[in-house]
Design a protein around this ligand. Structure first.
Ligand code: KIV
Ligand code: ZN
Length: 504
């Protein structure tokens, strides 16, 4: 019988550590509810000692999300563990996740500690957490660079102290598949106590090997895999949930292992995380990228038309990417739009529907056909809007390769039009400069991503920006058939976030 692999999703904790991707309580809850639908076994909802807001967010998830275990992270100190428990105690199935480094590099250079006192601290922390909670996970941070004998001693002692899950993280993404798999196998052989608990892995993607390392670990006996949606996470990110899950599903016979993930919910979850964290998914990203199922070469298209299995190892519908037949136009009525939204899985309130309808008409007036992907993008942008201190109204550009681009932008503030003009080193830059002049606040553009939501000359453009304003990073998203307008909408959206944060 194939082994069940527990999926531990840390999008809301490790994934959220990406600068600018901070989620508020409502957004965390929305993602956590979707993760429950996706069928993850454990949701790591946050790091409660990091801020009072995160503590409240984890509490909300713990109280409202039913099904998965809800975990909270804590350093191996009583004050953190107290807060982690305060956060998860109302969950149906709470877990406290405690961590402390085990590598000499971290112990000596970061904590200035010796191995023995750290081992003692680990044991005391597990015992302390255990007083609150039956389910305690212990992570040996930087395990892949730790001395093997010492690692075995720490793990053995923590299991004896009551840990129910032992996690062996590749914190800095240093591992490579064969040795990491070998590490997991050797730990199982050397620490018989591991038979009594769940052995977990947690891989980072600094060498682009997080998924390969996780799979190698599973092949060698790991029972829990820690990962994030779209592979989001600090630096190069964490192992991507969808890639691990689909690799196990596609090659189940080889791994003799499976997960209980509802794979048809993968695409929706990926879009939601990208939208709420404002982290675009690269087009060629496996499983969820815009091109993951697009066949462009003639030979491939010919094969696909004859039999999909020629060039397709996963059916798009298996991960929730639907072939949309019904295309809407500006003349489609409200009923057709409502029906299509329901088909796409959106149950909007009347107020949300009205906003989407208004934006739909605005886009449909300029674009002949609105596909399911276009509509998804429109809905997602509308739903993430913060209160609009400024609303985009219109823009004009004068640009060319022999002149300095000049933009004029009009925004609305409390219904009043404010227009200004600015130059820039390109048309988008001129528009951004103009927006800054209108809102009276400078921003430093850190990231700018523009993609076509669908194929074709009249594709809808989706722009995402990350802007540093007054020392804090804000993200913004905007769509339009006109890419400069999409960029302007995204920039205004980022400033509205800044103003919504009490910066008026
Ligand atoms: O990467 C890491 O080591 C972690 C631990 C806290 C599990 O995120
Ligand atoms: Zn991590």
């Amino acid at each position: 019988m194939s082994r069940k692999i527990y999926v531990f999703d840390t999008t809301l904790r490790d994934g959220e550590q990406v600068p600018g991707a901070k989620l508020n309580r409502r957004q965390k809850l929305e993602i956590a509810e979707q993760l429950a639908k996706l069928g993850v076994d454990i949701i790591e909802a946050g790091f409660p000692c990091s801020s009072p807001e995160d503590l409240k967010a984890v509490q909300t998830v713990a109280e409202q999300v039913k099904g998965p275990v809800i975990a909270a992270l804590a350093r191996a100190v009583p004050s953190d563990i107290d807060l982690a428990w305060e956060a998860v105690q109302k969950a149906e199935r709470p877990r406290i996740h405690v961590f402390l480094p085990s590598s000499d590099i971290h112990l000596q250079k970061k904590l200035r500690r010796d191995r023995e006192s750290a081992l003692q601290q680990a044991v005391e922390a597990v015992k302390y957490a255990k007083k609150y909670c039956e389910d305690v996970e212990y992570s040996t941070e930087d395990a892949s660079r730790s001395d093997f004998d010492y690692l075995c001693r720490v793990i053995e002692a923590c299991v004896k102290a009551g840990a129910t899950v032992i996690n062996v993280p590749d914190t800095v993404g240093y591992a490579i598949p064969e040795p990491y798999g070998e590490l997991i196998r050797s730990l199982r052989e050397r620490v018989p106590a591991l038979d009594k608990v769940i052995l977990s892995v947690h891989c980072h993607n600094d060498l682009g090997l997080a998924v390969a390392n996780s799979l190698a670990a599973i092949r060698n006996g790991a029972q829990q895999v820690e990962c994030t949606i779209n592979g989001v996470g600090e630096r190069a990110g964490n192992a991507s949930l969808e890639e691990i899950v689909m690799a196990l599903r596609t090659r189940e016979a080889f791994y003799n292992a499976h997960t209980d993930i509802v794979t048809t919910e993968i695409y929706r979850t990926s879009r939601m995380v990208s939208r709420l964290m404002k982290i675009p998914v690269q087009p060629n990203k496996a499983i969820v990228g815009a091109n993951a199922f697009a066949h462009s070469s003639g030979i491939h298209q010919d094969g696909i038309l004859k039999d999909r299995s020629t060039y397709e190892i996963i059916r798009p519908e298996d991960v929730g990417v639907k072939a949309h037949s019904l295309v809407l136009t500006a003349r489609s009525g409200r009923a057709a739009l409502r029906h299509r939204l329901q088909e796409l899985g959106y149950n909007l309130t009347e107020e949300q529907f009205e906003r989407v309808h208004k934006r739909f008409l605005n886009v449909a007036d300029r674009k002949k056909e609105i596909s399911g992907q276009d509509l998804t993008s429109i809905v997602e942008v509308e739903l993430t809007k913060v209160p609009e201190t400024y609303t985009f109204h219109s823009l004009q550009i004068m640009s060319g390769n022999t002149m300095q681009p000049l933009a004029s932008v009009t925004l609305l503030k409390e219904g009043r039009q404010i227009t200004d003009a600015a130059t820039g080193n390109g048309p988008v830059n001129a528009v951004f400069n103009c927006i800054e002049r209108i809102v009276g606040q400078e921003g430093k553009l850190l990231d700018y991503d523009l993609k076509a939501v669908t194929m074709g000359k009249d594709a809808l453009g989706e722009a995402m920006v990350r802007v540093e304003i007054n020392g804090t990073v804000y993200s913004g998203i905007g769509t339009s058939p006109d890419v400069i307008e999409a960029s302007a909408r995204a920039y205004v959206n980022a400033f509205n976030r800044f103003f919504a944060n009490g910066n008026l």
